[in-house]
Design a protein around this ligand. Structure first.
Ligand code: ATP
Ligand code: MG
Ligand code: MG
Length: 549
């Protein structure tokens, strides 16, 4: 299975190992900002970073990129750790950029001492205006030529809390004419009087992303720092800072972020969906979050498999959500236990089966594996629920289900023939009346009769009532993020609740986290928030619609 060609990052790593760079050591990191729950895009980054380390005998650090005190919370830290573990990965060390605040402050002082950084009193608007445009060089602000001693003093005063938010910033002194806007004296530190989820009130200056990320990589001696394409223009600054500070030379490599159609993936947008209650929470089964997918019934293996299948690209693209669905179907087809559930019931009476008689039939749990993973008992009687759509008064030619005079097999049970049906006063069909062939019992059928269709059913006196939730795409358009108002494209029918579905009794023993195939209806899982007096099943995904239709 190692015949697969290498992706471009693997090629780089193999070359580095061959050249003995860093003694052949591979250390990657996954650096989430704890300002939201992880989504499927993060899963791509996790599978890539942890996967590279696994493949090359290396390690991966989990580093919380917590430099923005305003948006970050401990709840997010916990959910992120939980999701990574659930995906099946173990980090070498749990680290926080905020643990490096002292070191980063020291690095800034070092740059000032080298004449490579200065304190600027300009407003953010003034700084933006003086930066120029990509075709026009920037201009120095009046503070650019402050001497080293003054810069050191002012930076120390920024730290000690002497100035309000926004009064001053620390900037690198690089090149105001650089064609790369990120090199035009980028901001390194800003003042923010805010409580931090870990450092509390001990700091009122915080490093900017560009002065935290690469330096943290370097402090940890990360060998391959993999990020998404937007950071290509940041790379010269990443390298410049490491050079000037003369610290461990981590290297940044960029790949195309995962985009998925019919959803949004920015945490800011996902947070809006949560806060404005378009969804039930971060773990709503319609969300592209790891916790949402888990609650929906996705398995860790299916998500890892999806991330591996899409590969590592150097150019932006959009992946069809159908591929994600394909991966979970493939997984659940092999692992889900088969059960019967009727979502839209109509009564079927077997007129020649004795009233009050019941018998226990059996059905294997999983026909996809050798031993079937055991069987469960399915009670049978003369009163059954079947799906309304499995009966037609005037069926077309190839309708291999029920209609006047038509025969069908009841899964795991007998062949029945529709003799008659009953209507209410409004003309709606309310009951289907059948005879059964006693010698046609599944597994011991001597009737000699072949029928084309098999339908599922649940015995009415034994049926259990559950709630079933059917999900559809959360958005009606392929790329909601491209709309002026992404929330205007929310699919109003993304959730359909069936308050009373009838299921075979064994489904009351459903195991949380396990997949069940409701025969002909799709793959389902017990909702993690459901209670035993009110079980709720979420549909993970529909079946490929091939089954006995
Ligand atoms: P968002 O835009 O959703 O807020 P982010 O990049 O700001 O995402 P981080 O918490 O900083 O979120 O991301 C942690 C890591 O996951 C980063 O290395 C980032 O590059 C990566 N990542 C985030 N989104 C994707 C994606 N869609 N595809 C691949 N990697 C991603
Ligand atoms: Mg980020
Ligand atoms: Mg972000």
């Amino acid at each position: 299975n190692d015949e697969k060609s290498l992706n471009f990052i693997e090629e780089i790593i193999e070359e580095d190992i061959k050249n003995g760079k860093h003694g052949g050591r591979v250390l990657t990191r996954f650096p989430p900002e704890p300002n939201g729950y992880l989504h499927i895009g993060h899963a791509k980054s996790i599978v890539l970073n942890f996967g590279l380390a696994q493949k090359y005998n290396g390690k991966t650090n989990l580093r919380f990129d917590d430099t923005n005190p305003v948006t970050e919370e401990t709840e997010y830290v916990e959910s992120i750790k939980n999701d990574i573990k659930w995906l099946g990965f173990e980090w070498a060390e749990e680290l926080y950029t905020s643990d490096y605040f002292d070191t980063l402050y020291g690095y800034a002082v070092k740059l000032i001492e080298k004449g490579m950084a200065y304190v600027d009193d300009s407003t953010s608007e003034e700084i933006a205006a003086a930066k120029g445009t990509p075709t026009e060089p920037g201009k120095p602000t009046p503070y650019r030529d402050r001497d080293i001693a003054e810069n050191l003093r002012l930076f120390e005063e920024m730290r000690s809390g002497k100035y309000p938010d926004g009064a001053k910033v620390l900037r690198a002194k690089i090149d105001l004419a650089s064609p790369n806007m990120h090199m035009r004296d980028p901001l390194l530190f800003r003042i923010k009087h805010a409580h931090h989820h870990r450092t509390g009130d001990s700091w009122c200056v915080y490093p900017m992303y560009d002065f935290a990320h690469g330096q943290s990589d370097s402090i940890e001696q990360i060998t391959h720092s993999v990020c998404t394409l937007e950071f290509i223009p940041h790379r010269p600054l990443y390298d410049w800072l490491i050079d000037q500070l003369e610290i461990f030379p981590s290297k940044q490599y960029e790949f195309a972020r995962l985009n998925l159609n019919y959803t949004v993936m920015s945490k800011r947008k996902l947070l809006q969906l949560v806060n404005e209650q378009y969804v039930e929470g971060w773990d709503d089964p319609r969300m592209p979050t790891i916790s949402g997918l888990r609650r929906r019934g996705y398995t860790p293996g299916s998500i890892r498999n999806f991330c591996e299948r899409i590969g590592v690209a150097k150019r932006e693209n959009i992946i069809d959500v159908g591929l994600l669905e394909f991966c979970i179907r493939e997984d659940l087809n092999k692992t889900a236990w088969r059960r019967m559930a009727v979502l839209d019931p109509i009564k079927l009476t077997i007129i020649n089966y004795p009233d009050g008689k019941e018998e226990m039939l059996t059905g294997e749990n999983n026909p996809e594996v050798e031993d079937g993973e055991g069987e469960r008992e399915i009670p049978f009687s003369n009163a059954l629920w079947i799906e309304r759509e499995d009966f037609m008064e005037n069926p077309p030619k190839k309708f291999f289900r029920l209609g006047p005079g038509l025969m069908v097999r009841l899964k795991h049970a007998y062949i029945v023939r529709c003799e008659d049906f009953v209507r209410d006063t409004d003309g709606h069909v309310t009951e289907i009346r059948c005879t059964y062939l006693p010698e046609s019992k599944s597994g011991e059928d001597t009737s000699g009769i072949k029928v084309k269709g098999t339908i599922h059913w649940v015995s009415i006196p034994h049926a259990k009532t559950v709630e079933v939730r059917l999900y559809d795409r959360l958005f009606n358009v392929e790329n909601p993020a491209a709309e002026s108002d992404f929330k205007a494209t929310i699919n109003p029918e993304s959730l359909q609740i069936i308050e009373k579905a009838y299921v075979e009794p064994d489904l009351l023993n459903a195991i949380s986290g396990k997949g069940y195939q409701f025969i002909r209806k799709g793959y389902f899982t017990l909702d993690t928030k459901s209670t035993s007096d009110r079980p709720v099943f979420n549909r993970t995904v529909t079946l490929r619609d091939t089954w006995a239709k």
